[in-house]
Ligand binder design. Sequence first.
Ligand code: G1P
Length: 296
Amino acid sequence: MNQKIFKPIRKAVFPVAGLGTRFLPATKSMPKEMLPLVDRPLIQHAFEEAREAGIEEFIFVTGRGKELLEEHFDYQPELEQTLESRGKFDMLEKVKTSEMPEGKLFLTRQPKPLGLGHAIWCAKKLIGDEPFAVMLPDDVFLSDTGCLKQMVDCYNEYGGNMMAVMDVPKEDTQKYGVLDIEDDDGKVAKIKGLVEKPKPEDAPSTLSIIGRYILQPEIFDYLSKFEKGAGGEIQLTDAIAHQIGKYPVNGFRFKGKRFDCGGRVGFIEANIAFSLKDKEIGEDVRKIIKSYEGKI
Ligand code: G1P
């Protein structure tokens, strides 16, 4: 077999400068990425998924009022000593899951909300000349293998640019980047076009981008032009569309359930699903949910 070797995906960009208006007033002074999904903030779910996929460098594109995010991943000696002296070793283990490997967190800022493409462009210097992942912490997955790890495994076969995709209801296409499909084997869809947030009647399909990407550094050539797209914003989708024909551009159908934690309903559903799966509280939560049946 003539298997090509592609450069490994070592770096991931986390755009976290967004305002989180859908959760106001909770997000008035707290970053939306710090909202807890059971016992971990959303950003930690994305961080752990990235680590599982072999990511070594974590690049946060932050903005004003987002300092808590870097604090969260810091080493807290007083807390760890207190837990240790009280014999709370299970809690200590949990705290350690939020520690960033030394020297591996990089921060850059997006000073103005000019769009997702612009946020990624802000990480250009830190990425350099290698392929990288993008993780939108609003999208959370419940799966045996993390979404990014599934993608990296598939990328090692296909190379190029790859996005996590799933079919969405037709009326929802205007919330997503939507694929114009050339070829589809049920797992990998070869893309011949991409449209950001099309109206249902204009959407080329219902197969839509979910917040995980593997991108080639050439994406920065287009992003550096600062061209505005849908909603007057610099769109990552447009930059990827410009790669079609030059590099492989594929959609990857991940295995597992995705939750849109960028809105209240998806966030609450994710909390229910993740807590039902939790070893410590799952059974109690199941009983509580049952107790509400037909009562409210
Ligand atoms: C962004 C992207 C869109 C993608 C979506 C996935 O949109 O622009 O292409 O489908 O994330 O969640 P946003 O949700 O930031 O408006």
